[in-house]
Design a protein around this ligand. Structure first.
Ligand code: ADP
Length: 489
């Protein structure tokens, strides 16, 4: 057997400690799956105010107290604490950077929950985090084979590893994963660069459109770059508008660029074991889904109606998740015999439009504004149809969760949604859901209509549900692809 690898996985969010989206689920499931493959993998994240020390059994490590960290001309102090990421079978060591100013006193990850505004010192916060990651390795005397960075928040790590920290990390390779190109970490050029403490000559590496661009610098120094689905990989290389011009940078690194589809954690997202749903079930007990449907509709103040499908959405309420389309098409959608339940938070104008819709259709529409992990599980279990009409979707996880729960996805075929969901053919009984290409209300409503036609035929619908439940989109497969990337380095 090949020798196990040592890997440090760095991310700004890791489930269950802190989560705003799919990155947290990846930073949970992938390390656990790599641990199952025998590797010494550890994760590191900031300890935001919202993370409870008691609940997460976070404790101090003697060697990692009061570490001086330079941020620009100032010196801040980090105390790195320890916890673990677990599923019922496996455990992974987690390190958390604490600092009163940057993290503990701030409840949110990136934005202040009271004002909805991004924290003014976000650039500094994550520069500080990046430095802490490397000093932690140094103090532990642990220089892993691979440092795996994710999104802009970790993008200073590669540059530091190849300059200031060159010697101790000379045998360490850097993998960098783009989860979402939309957020590149753009800040004022000069003042941000000064905070990094990097050598003057690296300014051009981080400079993009006259701003400091974290992501650009991360890509430059990475030994290998990955992204989260093949179709999104193609888009990143070609769609300069979507990438804010970074396609050019990525094309330069094409030889070391590999798309790997995300997976799902089969212990967390499994209707046969899920403690957060009303009734556990599996493919041979699909009728128990009805109990979950009833419980879900109850949560939204709705009651189940015979033969009426419940359509669910769980999403950040932003344009690129297709919220504009949903709001535009809502009246026409509700002319059909459906119920609609939506959980999400984000853009205040979408929040208001959805709340207005729920007020207008009190028996048909339920809207919950906020982040609610438990309700998300219940919705996956209780809904008949799961809607993801995204404008862009790097990978998307909910369509895969939906498959596992026998909930039928209706998706716009973009990025990972197109890679994972094939159109159901009632004749052959093959396929996983319903897809549409044009980003228009008409195309979306037609796909929903196709889903409803199959829904009316119980036998066909069950076949479709079982197809999804039998599909293997778990991390086991994708983790092996990451392992190969690591080994090739
Ligand atoms: P993204 O990372 O772009 O937001 P993904 O589909 O990759 O989209 O992942 C989103 C993850 O966040 C899923 O696990 C989804 O269930 C979860 N999620 C999004 N919004 C909410 C919410 N309001 N409450 C609970 N979970 C949510």
């Amino acid at each position: 057997m090949a020798k196990p690898l040592s890997v440090l996985f760095c991310a700004s969010e890791v489930f269950p400690f802190a989560k705003t989206g799919g990155l947290a689920d990846v930073a949970y499931g992938l390390p656990l799956a790599l641990r199952d493959l025998g590797h010494d993998i550890r994760v590191m994240l900031p300890k935001y105010g919202m993370i409870s020390e008691r609940k997460n059994r976070i404790h101090e490590i003697n060697r990692l107290k009061d570490i001086p960290i330079p941020v620009g001309s100032e010196t801040e102090h980090a105390t790195v604490k320890s916890s673990s990421v677990t599923n019922p079978r496996t455990k992974v060591q987690a390190y958390m950077t604490t600092n009163e100013t940057y993290f503990d006193s701030k409840w949110g990850l990136y934005t202040d929950p009271d004002t909805g505004e991004a924290y003014a010192d976000n650039a500094e916060r994550f520069i500080f985090f990046c430095r802490t990651v490397l000093d932690t390795c140094h103090l532990l005397g642990w220089y892993p084979d691979i440092v795996h960075c994710n999104d802009w928040h970790t993008a200073i790590i590669p540059a530091l590893m190849r300059t200031e920290y060159k010697e101790p990390f000379k045998n360490t390779k850097i993998v960098y994963t783009i989860h979402n190109i939309e957020n590149q970490g753009e800040f004022p050029l000069k003042s941000t660069f000064e905070k990094t403490g990097l050598d003057e000559e690296l300014l051009s590496v981080f400079k993009h459109k006259n701003k400091f661009n974290f992501l650009k610098g991360g890509l430059h120094f990475a030994d290998h770059i990955t992204t989260v689905s093949p179709a999104y990989g193609d888009q990143l290389l070609s769609d300069t508008k979507m990438t804010n011009g970074l396609s050019t940078e990525l094309k330069k690194r094409k030889e070391v660029f590999t798309p790997i589809l995300n997976g799902i954690d089969q212990h967390t997202w499994n209707p046969a074991k899920d403690k957060l749903i009303k009734k556990k079930y599996s493919a041979d007990k699909l009728d128990l889904k009805e109990d979950n449907k009833e419980a879900m509709l109850n949560e939204f103040g709705l009651s189940a109606e015979e033969g009426v499908p419940a359509i669910a959405m769980i999403s950040r309420l932003v344009e690129h998740k297709g919220l504009g389309l949903v709001v535009e098409a809502a009246e026409r959608l509700l002319e059909k015999d459906v119920q609609l339940v939506i959980l999400g938070e984000g853009n205040p104008s979408f929040e208001k439009a959805l709340k207005d819709l729920a007020a207008e259709y009190p028996d048909r529409v339920g809207v919950e504004i906020g982040f609610n992990e438990q309700l998300a599980h219940l919705m996956e279990a209780g809904a008949d149809i799961f809607l993801m009409p995204s404008l862009h979707e790097p990978c998307g996880l909910n369509q895969m969760y939906s498959l596992a729960y026998g909930t039928v996805p209706v998706v716009r075929a973009t990025g990972g949604l197109g890679d994972t969901i094939s159109e159901f053919d009632p004749e052959s009984g093959e396929g996983l859901g319903f897809r549409f290409d044009d980003y228009t209300a008409d195309a979306m409503l037609e796909a929903i209509e196709r889903a409803m036609n199959v829904y009316r035929n119980k036998e066909s619908w069950e076949k479709l549900q079982v197809n999804g439940m039998e599909k293997d989109y778990t991390w086991l497969r994708s983790a092996a692809e990451y392992e190969e990337v690591y080994r090739n380095l």
